[in-house]
Design a protein around this ligand. Structure first.
Ligand code: GLA
Length: 388
């Protein structure tokens, strides 16, 4: 998609020219899955697929919102004075949620704005199209109304919208990666302290292939909340013997000594994933930094095994993609990304092998599942920004 297309879309919709354009990416996560609400580490990066917006001031004291991804909804008008109106159960809830949270934090929306949005992230694919929309809206409102919030404030507002307004108990990883991303770098974020570090993604002759199951993540939100609850339950049980707040505080030997307190097979599996995944993420980041791609790739695959067997957030579609990916020549590692239960997986693949990889994994998937998967070579991009 080009900036030109967004400008043209705005003009067609609102019958005048836009004045500003913005972009918010999607994200993938290299490793550190389901650790962000456990006080652990994540290692995500932003990708070049995402949401674009063209905007212009209006004279109506309202936001007028149009998304080319939901043309059936038409232009939705949200009066500036009615930000607290009930949700409409449309894509505009993300807009309304962000505007509301920012207004509560002191932003003053003193004039109306027309906003045209068009995204090229596959919808419901676990590449964080919703966090992308939140950060897009946050950045537009922050810039146009000179609200002067810091990037990390916008990140936290986005999480608040998910948790309190949309009703998904998600952690901070998606909004963080989408707001703070940098081209060709991943971010090692400690979700407990919010300290972070950029590390270059140096993959030599390899690329990251995103594999989309095209299975919509239905039920994902309720299962997600269930996993989160299981981890809280595990912490409560461990607290009978050891003073911790999060599973991310435990290293493997300490966890081993207190596992008996969990006394339940599901609880043991969930906690084991959270603890070992956090440790694995730190090792993987060090391996990537040291250029040890073989170790990095094996840790990525180990994360996938833990997500499939201990955390149980994969399913037939993701398992089919990942197991077939790992059989191909030139593959360093593969695993599901994001919340799971459908959505996308990633594989680290030798550049020269990519066409063959896509045709082999694609054929095996279609044969087993009955419909096609999609494949994209990831382009690691900047975070949310105004386009010049
Ligand atoms: C979703 C959530 C994130 C994170 C991942 C799993 O993407 O929005 O906060 O928990 O799942 O790692």
């Amino acid at each position: 998609m080009k900036r030109q297309d967004i400008l043209a879309g705005f003009e067609q919709t609102f019958e005048r020219a836009a004045t500003h354009t913005f972009f918010a990416p999607g994200r993938i996560n290299l490793i550190g899955e389901h650790t962000d609400y456990n006080g652990g580490h994540v290692f995500p990066c932003a990708i070049s697929l995402g949401n674009y917006a063209a905007i212009g001031q209006n004279e109506r004291h309202s936001f007028r919102l149009y998304s080319a991804n939901f043309p059936q909804d038409g232009i939705i008008e949200l009066p500036l004075a009615e930000l607290n109106a009930p949700k409409r159960h449309l894509w505009t809830d993300y807009f309304q949620g962000m505007a509301r949270v920012m207004a509560q934090a002191g932003a003053k929306f003193t004039f109306g704005l027309d906003i045209y949005i068009h995204g090229n992230l596959p919808d419901g694919a676990g590449l964080s199209s919703s966090a992308s929309l939140e950060m897009l809206v946050g950045t537009i409102l922050n810039e146009r109304y000179q609200a002067n919030f810091a990037p990390l404030d916008l990140v936290k507002f986005g999480v608040k919208v998910e948790n309190d307004y949309i009703g998904v108990n998600s952690g901070i990883m998606d909004q963080f990666a989408i707001e703070m991303g940098r081209a060709n770098q991943a971010m090692l974020l400690d979700t407990n302290t919010l300290k972070y570090q950029y590390l270059p993604i140096k993959l030599a002759d390899n690329v990251i292939v995103i594999m989309n199951t095209n299975k919509k993540r239905q039920l994902a939100d309720s299962k997600y909340n269930e996993r989160r609850h299981e981890c809280e339950e595990a912490v409560a049980r461990l607290q009978r013997g050891i003073d911790i707040k999060h599973l991310g505080e435990l290293d493997a030997p300490t966890f081993d000594q207190y596992t008996y307190l969990l006394a339940d097979p599901t609880s043991i599996k969930r906690a084991r994933h959270a603890v070992l995944e956090n440790q694995r993420t730190l090792r993987a980041a060090r391996a990537l930094e040291a250029g040890d791609l073989a170790t990095f790739g094996r840790l990525v695959s180990a994360s996938g095994v833990s997500l499939a067997y201990d955390y149980q957030v994969t399913g037939l579609e993701l398992d089919t993609l990942v197991s077939n990916a790992l059989k191909q020549p030139g593959v360093l590692g593969a695993r599901m990304v994001g919340a799971g239960f459908g959505g996308c997986a990633i594989a680290i693949v030798a550049k020269a092998q990519v066409p063959d990889f896509i045709s082999k994994v694609g054929a095996a998937y279609a044969h087993k599942i009955g419909y096609a998967a999609n494949f994209y070579v990831a382009d690691i991009a900047d975070g949310t920004k105004e386009l010049a």
